[in-house]
Design a protein around this ligand. Structure first.
Ligand code: PMP
Ligand code: GLN
Length: 405
C-alpha cells in the first residue's frame, strides 16, 4: 500500500521482533501526503476532510454538553440520545425499524466500527471478501485479527461489480464481506442489482456483511444510497456503519455508529468494550442533534457537494485530465495518461505537490494486491470553491510550465 511512498519502519533495533504485520506496514498514505502538502505549502486535495466547519447547532450542542456535568464514562453502547437518534435516522431514511437499546453501538469513528464489526464475527482462519480499490484499514485489520482477505478487483472506468470473480471468492471458509458504498475512492454507488447479487451470495454461503456506509448522504445526480440491510433476508446478516465525520463535516470528531440486528449487537458491543469502551459523551450528544436535523439539511449536504464536484471535475477535464464519473463520496478519480505523464501515480502526486503545490492521492494506495493500475489519481473536492479554483489555477500554470520546458 503506502510503502511505495514511505518505507516500512526500520525493524533493526535491538529486542524481540515486534508485531510483524505492523512492522511491515508503512504510515497511512493520508498522513504521508498531508505532511508533504504542509511541507510544500500545497493545497491539500489529498486526505478527505472539508475545509469548512460542521453545522453550528451540532457544535453548540457538543460545547454546551461539556458544561452540564455529564463528563464521566458514558454507557458502553452510546448515550441514549444518540442511540435513539441513530434509530430514528434509520427509520426516516431507509424504513428500518431499530431498537435503540439492543441494535446500536456508538464507536469512536467508523474506523473503530469496522474493526469492531470484524472482531464480532471472524475467528482466525476465516476468509473475508473485500473489494479493491479499498480503504486502507481493511486489509491490515482483517489480517491483524487472523482473518484471510480475499480480494476482488473492480475496474475503471465503470467500476462494475465483477460478478463471476465475486461469486468465486465466496467459499466454505468465507465468514463475511466488507465493502463500502458510496465507495471511496471510486465514487461508485452500488446499484440495486449489485446489492441483490451480494445479498444472494451472503445468504447462499451463510455469511455476514459489514457495510461501510460512511458516505451514505453524499450522493449526486439523483443516485440514492441503499443499505444492503434493507434487502430481503439481510437484516440479520448486516452490520451497517455510519460516521458523523462525513454526515456533518466533522471528521476530527471520530464518532461512528453501527446498526445491526440484536443477535449481532452484543459481540459488536464487546469488541468496542475491548477497543475503546466508550466515545466522548459531549460529541455523542452533538451528533444526536445532527441526526435529527430536518430533511433539508441532508438534501443540501449532497447538493452543495455536487456543485464542488462539478467545479473541480470540469476544471480538471479542461486541463486535460481524464475525469471519471463520481456518483458519491468526497472524491473524484482522474486518469493522468491524457496529460502525457509517463511515470506512475505516486511520482505524479509527489511532483504535483512539490511543483504545482496541489496534493492528491495516488490510487495505487487503495490496492493491497500487485498489478494495480498506476495511472489514476484521487482528488478530494470537499473544499471551498475559491480553494478549488485556486488549485486549478496552480495545476494549469504547472502544466503550462512543463509544456514549455
Ligand atoms: N471508511 C471509509 C470508506 C472512509 O473513507 C473513511 C474516512 N475517514 C472511514 C471509513 C473512517 O471514518 P471515521 O473518520 O469516522 O473513522
Ligand atoms: N477517509 C479519508 C480519505 O480517504 C482519510 C482518513 C484518514 O486520514 N485516515 O481520504
Amino acid at each position: 500500500m503506502s510503502q511505495a511512498v514511505l518505507p516500512a519502519q526500520n525493524t533493526s533495533r535491538p529486542g524481540r521482533p515486534q508485531n510483524e504485520l505492523l512492522s511491515a506496514t508503512g504510515t497511512t498514505i493520508f498522513t504521508v501526503m498531508s505532511a508533504l502538502a504542509n511541507q510544500h505549502g500545497a493545497i491539500n486535495l489529498g486526505q478527505g476532510f472539508p475545509d469548512y466547519d460542521g453545522p453550528e447547532d451540532v457544535i453548540e450542542a457538543a460545547a454546551a454538553a461539556l458544561k452540564d456535568g455529564r463528563n464521566q464514562y458514558p454507557p458502553l453502547t452510546g448515550v441514549p440520545e444518540l442511540r435513539s437518534a441513530v434509530a430514528a435516522h434509520n427509520k426516516r431514511f431507509y424504513g428500518i425499524d431499530i431498537d435503540p437499546n439492543a441494535e446500536v453501538v456508538v464507536t469512536s469513528g467508523a474506523t473503530e466500527a469496522i474493526t469492531a464489526c470484524l472482531m464480532a464475527v471472524i475467528n482466525p482462519g476465516d476468509e473475508v471478501v473485500l473489494l479493491e480499490p479499498l480503504y486502507d484499514t481493511y486489509v491490515p485489520t482483517v489480517k491483524l485479527l487472523g482473518g484471510i482477505p480475499k480480494l476482488v478487483r473492480l475496474s475503471p472506468p465503470g467500476w462494475d461489480l465483477p460478478r463471476a470473480e465475486l461469486a468465486a471468492a465466496f467459499t466454505a471458509r468465507t465468514k463475511a464481506i466488507l465493502f463500502n458504498t458510496p465507495m471511496n475512492p471510486t465514487g461508485k454507488v452500488f446499484t440495486p442489482d449489485d446489492l441483490a447479487f451480494i445479498a444472494e451470495l451472503v445468504q447462499r454461503h451463510d455469511t455476514y456483511a459489514i457495510c461501510d456506509e460512511v458516505y451514505e448522504h453524499l450522493t449526486f445526480d439523483g443516485w440514492k444510497h441503499i443499505p444492503l440491510m434493507t434487502l430481503p433476508g439481510m437484516r440479520e446478516r448486516c452490520m451497517r456503519i455510519g460516521s458523523a465525520g462525513k454526515t456533518f463535516n466533522l471528521t476530527g470528531w471520530k464518532v461512528g455508529y453501527v446498526t445491526c440486528d440484536r443477535s449481532l449487537q452484543p459481540n459488536v458491543a464487546k469488541a468496542h468494550q475491548n477497543l475503546t469502551f466508550t466515545t466522548a459523551p459531549n460529541l455523542q450528544r452533538g451528533v444526536a442533534v445532527g441526526l435529527l436535523k430536518d430533511d433539508a439539511y441532508f438534501a443540501n449536504l449532497s447538493a452543495s457537494l455536487q456543485a464542488k464536484r462539478d467545479l473541480l471535475g470540469a476544471g480538471l477535464a479542461r486541463l486535460g485530465f481524464g475525469v471519471l464519473e463520481s456518483r458519491g463520496s468526497y472524491f473524484i478519480t482522474t486518469d493522468i495518461r491524457p496529460l502525457g505523464w509517463m511515470e506512475d501515480d505516486v511520482a505524479f502526486c509527489r511532483v504535483l505537490t512539490e511543483e504545482a503545490r496541489v496534493t492528491a492521492i495516488p490510487n495505487t494506495a487503495f490496492y493491497a494486491a500487485s498489478g494495480a493500475p498506476a495511472h489514476y489519481v484521487r482528488f478530494a473536492f470537499c473544499k471551498n470553491e475559491a480553494l478549488l479554483a485556486e488549485a486549478l489555477l496552480r495545476i494549469e500554470a504547472w502544466l503550462q510550465a512543463r509544456a514549455g520546458r
